[in-house]
Write a protein that binds this ligand. Structure first.
Ligand SMILES: Nc1ncnc2c1ncn2[C@@H]1O[C@H](COP(=O)(O)OP(=O)(O)O)[C@@H](O)[C@H]1O
Ligand SMILES: [Mg+2]
Length: 1045
């Protein structure tokens, strides 16, 4: 889509439609543009190109016609809001415009008001932001005549705050209560009038309190002069206060029964009476019926009733309080139905026998007086109830955290509008109009007069704008001693009978010459025609109004009913007028202390009709509201001014030379700052003590820059603060860690010291114990002794002998010698036992043989030790080694052992190989297949063997007869084994002689001797002396083999 950019008179940039002819435009802000939002605003702004959004932009700004024309153009397009600078002019559209949605609120939130189309929300937002940024209390003054839309405007602002301000749960309640206070106050204080179906019949000033976060936290309402006369009579076409109709139309059956009411408003005099506004003719009016039905098309009493009840609950009324309140309302209706009769001219109650006794109260009065008293009572009851209601709402809105008082305030003033009517006004209208005069005065003071005065004072070139100052009328009403109120007071409080005529005369006497005061007597002929003799006319700034003197002194009756002294202790009681004057003065004070914003409401027609633009009516309002003068001052003047100091303080951060501090004169500082910001000469002027900025645009641009700058500064502050807080956090952690460390180190050190102490103790005890170790057991040595024992046992446990042959055993301490011996024995037994358990039968047999060998040879024969490790075999000759003939000879005799031996003859000692066989009962020497010699064990006398390591042995057999061959000299390589076997078989263990020297033997009857001598090698030979000489080598092991044949 193509877009064209176009600058329109309102100062906005328009993105015009593209080729495809779409019908909407987009607007952007000139300053501080934010694309997205600009798009969103498009629809509204595009329509708002009709006329000018701000009258300041009107080319012909002095022409009233151009002014009206601009209003008309915009009104036709339903653009009801237009600015005059910062003043909002609002036209009542009399139709729902759908410009008050949440989206609209969002659009205006936080946006400078010249950036978006004019709206009541923009005014609300502007005040809110001024309050937040400058910290100054604000007030929004809404003025205009009755039905111009003041109350609606104030409600819209309240709703805006309720939606857009930050909120918490607590704040939500306050928001709800603030919002709900409206329907309640409207029910009790609003009524249908000719000008407005929902006309406020009281003045209202409402403070909204905001906390430092900008959230609404409380509120306070001040009410002004309720139009109580409405309770007892209403003008033709008007109604009483809404609440009466709401109660009767909407009240539940039950409730009505309890209150004694009927669901028919026609039954109640106060709701059907109409007045032609002539107060004197009370009784004649009583029976007139209100031609307007109580139900009015724009009013739905039934649904309003529900809303009011709900609102009452939200505000905090309980069921009982609501019922009590309604009781009073009902009693007022009942009171209205009290009728008087009486033939003799004095009043007595005719309506209800039950309350006839009340007549005593009124008995000295005549009929008229009695009715007046009844009405006065009704009004007073209603009026006081209304005040009570306001107080109750205030209590519910009160900012609870009042201690700090740190809240800012936005005040909303919605006071009854100016009432210009063709008919005669009463006292209340007089007050209302007086109040409007005062507000106009305030407006003049703050916008026209003071502004111009200021330009002059500041030395700004300025051409004064002429305007009508209504101070003269205010003075007429309120001046001390000479004003109407003073005269009224005097008349009312004067002893003796005050009559209305004397009051009028007194007025004529005192203010008769005043340009804005006229009576029948003083008037010219034309005016006389429209004035009663008991009337006076005031030429208000907004129009002329006649007031009836009788109505003015109406409060005399009130004075009779309610002693005013109860209200004030002053000697001279105050009249209602003086009270009102005082309360107005107070209101002015409140408003003056705040920064005002204005909403000027205009009523387009008297018929409450949408779309009707009654030019005469509107011109009149434009005139008396002083809008033209306002525009002229605005156009020539400056929208913003601030003392140099204040301005510099706020914006100094925007210029390097003025930030953070400007040392010179403030004015020079501002000049430097403004130059830096690039203000053009026509945009501002420098006064004596203030800077004046012509367009809000310029200021807002500066504000935007400040906003951006603030972020930068805030970031710096944040960084600084974060750094600081992190540092202190770190410092804290560090300190904590050091404390922990110290503590832990302390623990460790104490533990170490403890251990050292223990160790030292142990060593000391040890040494002491060592010294005392030989003493009896005593405290000094018991530890040591125990330790020694303990360590011996522990050591023993580790070093027990591994096997039976291991004879090692730790040396026991003295105290454990006996135990050690026991243990040793036990240990040995245990090992032996284990060993024995493991021995096989063969091994046992082997060992038994070894035992025998040991018994015979141990320590006796030299080669015994060598034989020990060699196992004995069962036989050294097997079946195949034995000649079969020998085996035959042996027959059944079983050979138990056989071994090859060498036999030495007696003659020549020749060595011959033989076999030695051992059987059950004989040793047999075998040569080849022959049994050469059998020696029965019984005959074997003994066995001789040398103690040396040779293998020779001699078997001693008997030789007494020749058959017997006698002793045999044999040599075996396994001499120990062979002789052991022989000893076992023949049971000859005790018969083995081991001789040291020579062995004698007898064979074949001849004796022989064997000599053993040690030599280098084994040699068995016959020596020269005829002996058998055996040379035994030193190392028997080596030589045994050589001795073998
Ligand atoms: N902004 C508005 N939009 C639509 N209708 C409005 C608006 N302002 C006023 N009205 C209509 O005008 C009537 C009178 O307005 P109100 O505020 O009560 O007048 P005031 O308080 O000035 O006497 C309202 O009841 C309502 O119907
Ligand atoms: Mg109103």
């Amino acid at each position: 889509m193509e877009l064209r950019i176009q600058l329109i008179p309102t100062g906005e940039i328009i993105l015009a439609p593209g080729k495809n002819g779409e019908n909407y435009c987009h607007s952007c802000k000139v300053v501080g543009s934010d694309g997205v939002r600009a798009m969103m605003e498009s629809a509204l702004t595009a329509r708002d190109r009709v006329g000018v959004q701000d009258f300041v932009l009107l080319e012909n700004y002095t022409s009233e016609a151009a002014f009206i024309e601009n209003l008309r153009k915009r009104f036709k397009e339903n653009l009801i809001y237009t600015y005059i600078g910062s003043v909002l002019v609002s036209m009542n559209p009399y139709r729902d415009l759908e410009i008050y949605t949440k989206n609209h609120m969002e659009r205006y939130r936080g946006v400078n008001f010249y950036e978006v189309s004019p709206h009541i929300y923009a005014v609300g937002d502007n005040s809110y932001r001024s309050m937040r940024t400058e910290g100054k209390d604000q007030c929004i003054l809404i003025s205009g005549e009755s039905g111009a839309g003041k109350t609606e405007a104030s409600k819209k602002i309240l709703q805006y705050y309720a939606v857009t301000c930050p909120a918490s749960d607590k704040v939500q309640t306050i928001k709800d209560r603030l919002l709900q206070s409206n329907p309640v106050l409207e029910a009790f204080g609003n009524a249908k009038t000719l000008r407005n179906d929902n006309s406020s019949r009281f003045g209202k000033y409402m403070d909204i309190q905001f906390d430092f976060k900008g959230a609404p936290v409380g509120g306070h309402i001040i009410n002004y002069l309720l139009e109580k006369s409405r309770v007892v009579h209403q003008n033709h076409g008007e109604r009483n206060f809404h609440i009466f109709y709401q109660l009767i139309e909407g009240g539940e059956e039950d409730l009505l029964r309890r209150l004694g009411l009927e669901r028919n408003s026609q039954q109640y005099q106060f709701l059907v009476k109409v007045s032609d506004n002539n107060y004197t003719d009370l009784n004649s009016r009583q029976n007139q019926i209100n031609p307007f039905p109580p139900g009015v098309s724009s009013i739905n009493d039934r649904s309003e009733w529900k809303a009011v009840k709900k609102a009452l609950t939200v505000i905090g009324f309980n069921e009982d309080e609501i019922e009590e309140l309604l009781n009073i309302i009902a009693s007022v209706l009942h009171l209205g139905n009290v009728q008087y009769g009486g033939e003799d001219g004095t009043a007595c109650i005719t309506t209800d026998t039950q309350i006839k006794y009340l007549s005593r109260l009124v008995s000295p009065l005549n009929l008229e007086q009695a009715s007046s008293a009844r009405d006065a009572l009704s009004k007073a009851v209603y009026g006081r109830t209304f005040t009570w209601l306001v107080n109750k709402i205030n209590a519910s809105l009160a900012y609870k955290d009042d201690s700090s008082k740190h809240y800012s305030v936005i005040g909303l003033l919605d006071i009854y509008g100016f009432e210009v009517s063709k008919t005669t006004g009463n006292f209340e209208q007089f007050c209302i109009n007086y109040c409007n005069e005062k507000l106009q005065q305030l407006f003049i003071e703050l916008t026209l007069k003071s502004e111009q005065d200021e330009y002059e004072a500041e030395g700004i070139t300025w051409e004064p704008v002429q305007y009508f100052n209504n101070k003269i009328i205010c003075d007429l009403v309120e001046e001390k001693f000479k004003g109407i109120i003073s005269i009224l007071d005097e008349e009312c409080l004067r002893p003796g009978d005050a009559s209305d005529i004397t009051f009028l005369e007194k007025l004529e006497g005192t203010v008769g010459g005043h340009a804005h005061f006229v009576t029948h007597k003083l008037a010219d002929g034309k005016t006389r025609k429209v004035m009663g003799r008991d009337e006076f006319r005031l030429l208000h700034y907004a129009g002329e109004v006649n007031y009836n003197v009788m109505c003015m002194s109406e409060n005399k009756i009130l004075n009779q009913c309610f002693d005013r002294e109860e209200l004030s202790d002053k000697k001279r009681p105050e009249t209602a007028a003086t009270q009102f004057k005082a309360s107005l003065a107070k209101l002015m004070e409140i408003l003056m202390s705040k920064e005002p914003s204005y909403v000027r409401c205009i009523k387009p027609n008297d018929a409450k009709q949408a779309g009707r633009f009654d030019e005469v009516l509107i011109r009149h309002q434009v005139k008396y509201l002083g809008l033209m003068e306002n525009l002229r001052v605005r156009r020539a003047g400056f929208s913003y001014r601030r003392h140099y100091e204040v301005f510099l303080r706020r914006y100094k951060s925007l210029c390097p030379e003025t930030w953070p501090n400007w040392q010179g004169k403030k004015q020079d500082g501002v000049a430097t700052l403004v130059k830096h910001l690039g203000y053009k000469p026509e945009e501002y002027k420098m006064g004596r003590s203030k800077i004046f900025i012509r367009f809000p645009k310029t200021l807002f641009a500066t504000e935007d820059a400040l906003e951006t700058r603030k972020h930068g500064i805030a970031t710096k502050l944040q960084a600084g603060w974060r750094g600081y807080s992190q540092k202190s956090k770190y410092q804290k952690l560090r300190n904590a860690a050091i404390v922990f460390q110290a503590y832990w180190r302390g623990i460790l050190a104490r533990r170490r010291a403890q251990r050292k102490r223990q160790a030292a103790n142990t060593i000391r005890r040890f040494i002491k114990g060592f010294i005392y170790r030989r003493k009896e057991r005593c405290p000094e040595n018991e530890y040591f002794l125990d330790y020694v024992r303990y360590s011996f046992l522990m050591n023993l446990r580790r070093n027990l002998p591994k096997n039976i042959l291991d004879k090692s055993w730790p040396t026991p301490p003295a105290a454990l010698v006996e135990a050690s011996d026991h243990l040793r024995t036990l240990c040995m037994q245990n090992m032996v036992w284990n060993y024995c358990k493991k021995i096989s039968p063969e091994w046992k047999h082997q060992l038994e043989q070894k035992m025998v060998a040991s018994e015979i040879f141990k320590d006796k024969k030299d080669n015994y030790p060598q034989s020990v490790p060699k196992l004995f075999v069962s036989t050294r000759l097997n079946g195949e080694d034995i000649n079969p003939k020998v085996a035959q000879c042996l027959g059944s005799e079983k050979m138990k052992y056989g071994v090859s031996v060498t036999k030495y003859d007696r003659k020549g000692y020749k060595a011959r190989p033989r076999q030695l066989l051992l059987t059950n009962d004989s040793a047999i020497i075998v040569e080849e297949g022959k049994l050469k010699q059998r020696i029965e064990y019984g005959t074997l006398k003994g066995i001789s063997v040398s103690s040396l390591s040779d293998g020779l042995f001699v078997l001693h057999a008997p030789s007494d007869d020749n058959k017997q061959k006698g002793d045999v000299v044999l040599q075996s390589d396994h001499v120990i084994e062979t002789l052991t076997k022989l000893a076992i078989c023949g049971d000859k263990a005790n018969n083995v002689n081991i001789t040291q020297g020579s062995i004698k033997f007898t064979a074949h009857g001849k004796e022989g001797i064997i000599d053993f001598t040690p030599g280098s090698e084994l040699l068995v030979a016959k020596s020269k002396n005829g002996h058998l000489s055996v040379l035994k080598p030193l190392n028997p092991h080596l030589n045994q083999r050589r001795s073998l044949p």
